[in-house]
Ligand binder design. Structure first.
Ligand SMILES: Nc1ncnc2c1ncn2[C@@H]1O[C@H](COP(=O)(O)OP(=O)(O)OP(=O)(O)O)[C@@H](O)[C@H]1O
Length: 512
């Protein structure tokens, strides 16, 4: 745990030091759970967006893009259920005056019990070595059985009381488990209340005539209300999808864990419209496609797991989360949901407009069913950044900090470094920059000894350092150093473009 916290602190500090992420309005001491992306962060974020967008829109001839407005007609949120049901259960501690999500307090408690079971398993694994049979141990060891049963019972009761909106029982559970305020240890709790997560705002200048609006809490509804527009003007045939990347806003009760849970964030969502009855087949297909997309980036298979939902949102008939091993443990990175015809039907009812498709093969009209894949761009950023940040021991007892970002996502693909700041080397280096910058984002650095510059680029995540030295003048070759292997080789200047291109080729990455 302490190790995890250290790693997380290191991630946050590194993100700031290397211009990836700053607190919003930091000169005024920041704004809680709102962040700005710096010069390198903006590039990494853009590259993640491109990788997603191309894989969705460019590679699928039946998926098109959309860029809907953040502000939408207020009835949208009545139809979608957000006005009535986009709530989190909150609880206040009367002594510390701290506010928590009641369900998260219980889940954290259950997770601690799970960790006790994991500790027993790890101990036994160490003791029995190769002969250890984990499944057998988990099903026979009385202590592990007790922990696992306890955890399951707590989570089941929580799920039941949330489904039945029995908030009194959520409070009873907190009291029975003697859960204390994590900051002060006080057990003096208020009742559990529902809290709507949408941010309200006003349209119009004068107070009387202004209309109450919401900043969208998800991008999906912008797609649903445009279903007929896109289908007709794009002459789309079922099955087809609409993809969108954009900001969403949620007034999260407890915003913590850096960019993992923010109040303003970005989503990359794709809604895929299918024939009723075929949704579960497509749900499985999209699960697989999204898993392949993640695998292609090479962040480590062991860092992913699927979590199928037993408790479903009111609109869904199947749901799974792709969880990632963040520095604070496995948490939701992406949701894949079979949303049925709930949204389109609700918008038909509230707008009086038809949101249907005439299927020529079936010779009838129907409201399509929907499979949604929804990934938080900021969470993907954190997944990429935190798993890429490594401390490496080197020969001779030294170490280096290296940000092993997938080359296709790295902000700068190469740094061009003149060995010294004289003898015409900076001019040659600048010529190389001027040539390569048409195809790649390239940086130039001439300050400090070359070794220090290598370390700086390692920590910033630049895949290649290209050094111009005195021999370059005669042989027109440069030294290319690979960030990950630290290997160096001489390469003709004329071959640099194809060398970099090979490392950042979209097709090669996607086919991995
Ligand atoms: N507050 C947030 N900050 C950053 N990303 C978010 C936030 N809330 C949701 N997301 C991202 O949007 C995706 C889709 O949203 P969805 O409504 O399914 O999330 P959620 O289930 O409410 O997430 P959580 O349970 O963590 O609150 C999530 O998988 C996540 O990556």
């Amino acid at each position: 745990m302490a190790k995890q916290q250290d790693k997380f602190k290191q991630v946050i500090a590194h993100a700031k030091e290397y211009g990836y992420i700053f607190s919003s309005s930091e000169i005024y001491d920041g704004l809680s759970a709102v962040y700005d992306y710096g010069q390198n962060g903006a590039e990494l974020k853009k590259n993640i967006k491109d990788y997603w967008w191309k894989s969705m829109v460019q590679l699928h001839d039946n998926i098109v893009g959309l860029d809907a407005a953040i502000l939408m007609h207020p009835t949208t949120w009545k139809a979608s259920g957000h006005v009535d049901a986009f709530n989190d259960p909150l609880i206040d501690n009367k002594d510390s005056k701290k506010r928590y999500r009641a369900d998260v307090l219980v889940e954290d408690y259950a997770e601690k019990i799970n960790q006790k079971a994991q500790k027993e398993i790890a101990k036994a694994k160490k003791r029995f070595g190769d002969k250890f049979d984990e499944a057998e141990f988990v099903s026979t060891n009385p202590r592990v059985i007790r922990y696992k049963t306890e955890e399951k019972e707590i989570l089941e009761r929580l799920a039941k009381s949330l489904t039945n909106e029995d908030l009194a029982d959520v409070k009873a559970l907190i009291e029975e488990l003697e859960i204390a305020c994590p900051e002060t240890g006080s057990k003096n709790w208020t009742d559990v209340k529902q809290f709507n997560l949408m941010f309200g705002t006003k349209l119009g200048a004068s107070a009387d005539s202004a209309t109450d609006l919401y900043l969208r809490p998800e991008t999906a509804q912008g797609i649903f209300v445009n279903f007929a527009n896109v289908q007709k003007t794009g002459r789309m045939k079922i099955p087809f999808g609409i993809a969108q990347i954009g900001k969403a806003f949620r007034n999260e009760i407890v915003a913590r864990q850096f960019i993992f849970r923010q109040r303003e964030f970005e989503q990359m969502e794709m809604q895929f419209f299918v024939r009723p009855g075929e949704e579960l087949t497509w749900f499985e297909k999209w699960k697989e496609t999204r898993q392949q997309w993640h695998a292609s980036l090479g962040l480590g298979e062991e860092n992913y797991r699927f979590h199928d939902h037993e408790k479903m949102a009111h609109y869904a008939n199947a749901a799974t989360d792709i969880e990632f091993n963040f520095p604070f443990g496995f948490k939701e990175l992406e949701g894949i949901h079979s949303r049925t015809d709930f949204d389109l039907k609700a918008h038909e009812e509230h707008s009086g407009k038809k949101l249907q498709f005439f299927d020529p093969e079936m010779n009838k009209n129907y409201v399509p069913y929907v499979i949604e894949t929804s990934i938080g761009l900021d969470r993907m950023f954190l997944a990429v950044f935190s798993s890429s940040l490594q401390e490496e021991e080197l020969e001779g007892g030294t170490s280096r900090t290296v940000l092993k970002l997938p080359a296709i996502l790295a902000p700068y693909k190469a740094a061009i470094l003149p060995l010294v700041k004289k003898d015409g080397l900076p001019e040659i280096a600048q010529e190389i920059v001027d040539d390569l910058k048409w195809d790649f984002n390239i940086t130039y650095d001439e300050k400090d000894a070359v070794g220090r510059r290598y370390r700086r680029q390692d920590a910033a995540g630049t895949p290649f350092c290209i050094t111009v030295d005195h021999d370059t003048k005669d042989d027109h070759q440069v030294t290319v150093r690979n960030r990950d292997t630290m290997e160096q080789k001489r390469v003709p200047i004329a071959e640099l473009k194809s060398l970099i291109q090979k490392e950042v080729d979209f097709k090669t990455w996607m086919k991995k």
